[in-house]
Design a protein around this ligand. Structure first.
Ligand SMILES: *Cc1c(COP(=O)(O)O)cnc(C)c1O
Length: 369
């Protein structure tokens, strides 16, 4: 295997992170007790311009908690996009509800509002739009449908920290928004996540549910409801605080690199990429392209072999949910747009520490050989 010279993505950990972690270690607070979790939550909420943020152990747990908080369970249907990471869908099954998969838009690669409307039944309770690879979904249309049919919206903003939709941060539109701080996301706490909401009651119950159903500050081992151990730790929060301070730097780098890709790729026939809706700004977490083999004059596989040979890392897009073996016993509609994006797409190197020269080197290898 060729050594990786230009990585897809990699955590950007520097001196600030080391300083904050060492301080947290010295304080003795390594677990979920300790002041930094609350500080991280407060700074995160302030950054988004939302009232409440509750730290969680990872994004998957945040989505699970969101469904629990909204009382979604057996007999309910939840609409999800066909093209997403599996963790958008699994929590729907965890709570005993039924995921209803719908196709995506060929331009934004996000859930198609027209397909949502067709899938709504009397059992539908919620929609989980995903801002895929950081690109904001059509929130006006989705919120319009949610209002019209009385549905909850849980935004899977796990990939979209710093993205904006009409001037407002992604993740702040739904009843609940969920972020991830996994190692590959735009900021990382090793593993971690955040649940955000404007609703004080949802936030209050979230704080109870993440802590085994126990009220914050409660000294007795009394548990109000059956909860989870989904808390973030003080050490992780220290890392998160440093990463959050550096987020503007990461965003600037990702957006600059994506702009270079778009400029350079314009001239190559048969290459397209994910497009932003007017008025939206992606964080360009992972810049991704589509290869139309016929117009490109070479197969996607040949391109992938060339990139591998030069040490340029790439990934396939997420395998669409209807193609997943673990969901083969569900009868999902075919979702041809998602399937085609999957067949043509790859994620390109997007790490925030990549420089203009790295991106230019990737682009030079994208011309058909
Ligand atoms: C990363 C991710 C998740 C889950 O986040 P974790 O922190 O890894 O549990 C959920 N949905 C999408 C779309 C993701 O990319």
């Amino acid at each position: 295997m060729q050594e990786i010279k230009i990585p897809l993505d990699w955590p950007d950990i520097g001196e600030l992170e080391k300083e904050y972690i060492l301080k947290a270690l010295a304080s003795g607070y390594v677990s979920s007790a300790g002041p930094l979790v609350r500080e991280f939550e407060q700074r995160f909420a302030a950054y988004l311009g939302i009232n409440h943020a509750v730290a969680v152990v990872n994004g998957t747990a945040g989505l699970h908690l969101a469904l629990k908080l909204l009382g979604i369970g057996p007999g309910d249907e939840v609409i999800v996009p066909a093209l997403t990471f599996i963790a958008t869908v699994n929590p729907v099954v965890y709570v005993g509800a039924r995921p209803v998969v719908v196709d995506v838009d060929p331009c934004t690669w996000n859930i198609d509002p027209a397909a949502i409307e067709k899938a709504i039944t009397k059992h539908t309770r919620a929609i989980i739009p995903v801002h895929l690879y950081g690109n904001p979904a059509d929130m006006d249309a989705i919120l319009g449908l949610a209002r019209e049919y009385g549905l909850y919206v849980i935004e899977d903003a796990t990939e979209a920290l710093g993205s904006t939709y009409k001037g407002k941060k992604a993740g702040t539109f739904g009843h609940i928004g969920v972020f991830s701080f996994n190692g590959n996301k735009i900021i990382t706490t090793g593993g971690g996540g955040m649940l955000v909401t404007e609703d004080p009651e949802l936030a209050r119950r979230a704080r109870i549910l993440v802590n085994q159903g126990r009220e914050p500050g409660e000294t007795e081992y009394e548990h109000k409801e059956i909860g989870f151990n989904y808390r973030l730790t003080n050490l992780q929060a220290a890392l998160g605080l440093a990463q959050l301070e550096r987020l503007p730097e990461f965003l600037a780098a990702k957006r600059r690199n994506a702009a270079i890709y778009r400029r350079e790729l314009q001239g190559i026939p048969g290459v397209d990429w994910q497009h932003e809706l007017p008025g939206t700004e992606s964080n360009w977490w992972l810049f991704s392209i589509l290869i139309n083999a016929e117009k490109y004059g070479e197969s996607r596989e040949a391109l992938m072999a060339r990139l591998s040979g030069r040490g340029i890392q790439f990934r396939p897009l997420f395998k669409p949910i209807p193609l997943q073996p673990c969901y083969s016993h569900y009868s999902f509609p075919p979702c041809p747009v998602a399937v085609n994006l999957y067949a043509e797409g790859i994620n390109l190197p997007s790490a925030s520490f990549l420089e203009k020269d790295d991106i230019m080197a990737v682009c030079a290898n994208l011309f058909p050989g």
